[in-house]
Design a protein around this ligand. Structure first.
Ligand code: 13P
Ligand code: SF4
Length: 384
């Protein structure tokens, strides 16, 4: 660090590097040794590239993001990105959405293709198609979705987004889920919510829908483990998926932290269980959690139920304002797939672009793109 951009650029172009940048050569390098190279490659790409970073990325990566945000904000940035290359430091479904929202000719790159999402993997398109057939058989809807609107959380495959788009449904994120429910209920009396049961349940509860008007569809059970009568009685059908990071927070963690730190404010992500959310003082997307702490008076303490990298970063950043930020659960919940994006992968992807090689491009099939785009455009019209 401490070099001017011009010095870095000059050093970069003079450096002796192989023309094919092999990932193996990067993975053996220590994190801090890559800072200058990432900056120089970023500088060399100039306006051709934009780096988007989700709040759960580690410090060594997010510091290079041109824009950081929650899923909603990052999809807005992807939709208005001007550069040729969108380098997405986040997980697979986010990069897929960026590709769907980008303009023809733009290239979306996920620095490590193994950065998936265990929740998104809990709903396969064939399982969703099977569920829909059962809903039709139970008399809840026609194939076009006239009786029930499918909503999928952003954390799902492009194929599921397209499925929802084609049947008059939409995508939502944790920040506009209530708006998506209202939009859906204006069209049809019922909602099918995929794939996060907790976000769906928390949102429906906050809208005044009682738990006994929600049914849970288990894709691993015959007929979803629900009778047709139960489906007909339900206003909301929740897919049985969850986030393995957020589901680890328990109501007893809320009680314990309140006992240990009297006056602490407990704020949680809506992917946490309903039993945790109902005990919390505030619920919100990653952007909203940050905003809640930023707007609190100095001296406030927070216990936060979300991914540990964001919690630790907020702990450091808000200490200067006299605010204390700790994790809700001492064992610290890490999203191992977000963690896969390393400075080594980022440097490898950027230096390859400088060399003219596109690596790890995320490319959604054109036939899937059409309806997935419709579902994402509907989402972007719903304010947070
Ligand atoms: P946000 O949209 O709130 O950033 O959430 C994304 C996510 O994957 C949380 O687990
Ligand atoms: Fe998926 Fe959970 Fe990680 Fe978010 S925190 S990306 S939902 S596994």
């Amino acid at each position: 660090m401490g070099h001017t951009a011009a010095e870095l650029k000059a050093r970069y172009s003079l450096a002796t590097r192989p023309t094919i940048c092999s990932l193996d050569n990067y993975l053996v390098l220590p994190d801090h040794s890559l800072d200058d190279r990432i900056l120089a490659a970023r500088e060399a790409l100039g306006r051709d590239a934009v780096i988007l970073g989700h709040h759960y990325q580690r410090d060594e990566v997010i510091r290079f993001a041109d824009f950081r945000g929650d899923s909603y904000r990052l999809s807005q940035e992807a939709a208005r990105a001007a550069g040729k290359y969108i380098i997405f430091c986040g997980v697979y479904f986010m990069a897929e959405s960026a590709d769907i929202l980008s303009r023809p000719g733009q290239v979306t790159i996920l620095p490590d293709l193994n950065a998936g999402c265990s929740m998104a993997d809990m709903a396969e398109i064939t399982q969703v198609e099977d569920c829909w057939e059962q809903l039709i058989a139970a008399g809840l809807t026609s194939d076009k979705g006239e009786g029930i609107t499918p909503i999928t959380y952003m954390n799902s495959s492009a194929a599921i987004k397209a499925f929802c788009g084609e049947r008059g449904g939409l995508v939502c994120t944790s920040s506009n889920c209530a708006g998506a429910f209202k939009w859906a209920f204006a069209k049809a009396p019922k909602v099918l919510f995929l794939p996060d049961q907790h976000l769906g349940r928390n949102t429906a509860c906050n809208m005044g829908i009682p738990l006994n008007e929600m049914a849970v569809w288990d894709p691993y059970m015959r007929h979803g483990g629900v009778t047709p009568e139960r489906l007909r009685a339900a206003r909301v059908v929740l897919w049985k998926g969850h986030c393995s990071v957020h589901q680890r927070f328990l109501p007893e963690h809320v009680d314990a932290v309140r006992g240990k730190y009297p006056g602490v404010r407990v704020i949680v992500h809506p992917e946490c269980r309903w039993e945790v959310c109902r005990k919390a003082d505030g619920i919100g997307s990653t952007d909203k959690l940050i905003q809640m702490i930023r707007e609190a008076p100095s001296g406030t303490s927070f216990a936060v139920g979300t991914e540990i990298h964001l919690v630790n970063r907020m702990g450091k950043e808000f200490a200067a304002d006299g605010k204390k930020v700790i994790t809700l659960d001492d064992s610290g919940c890490l999203c191992t797939t977000m963690f896969r994006i390393s400075p080594q992968h980022l440097c490898w992807a950027l230096e390859n672009l400088v060399e003219g090689n596109i690596v790890n491009q995320i490319k959604v099939r054109d036939d899937v793109k059409f309806w997935a785009r419709a579902a994402l455009d509907r989402m972007l019209e719903i304010q947070r």
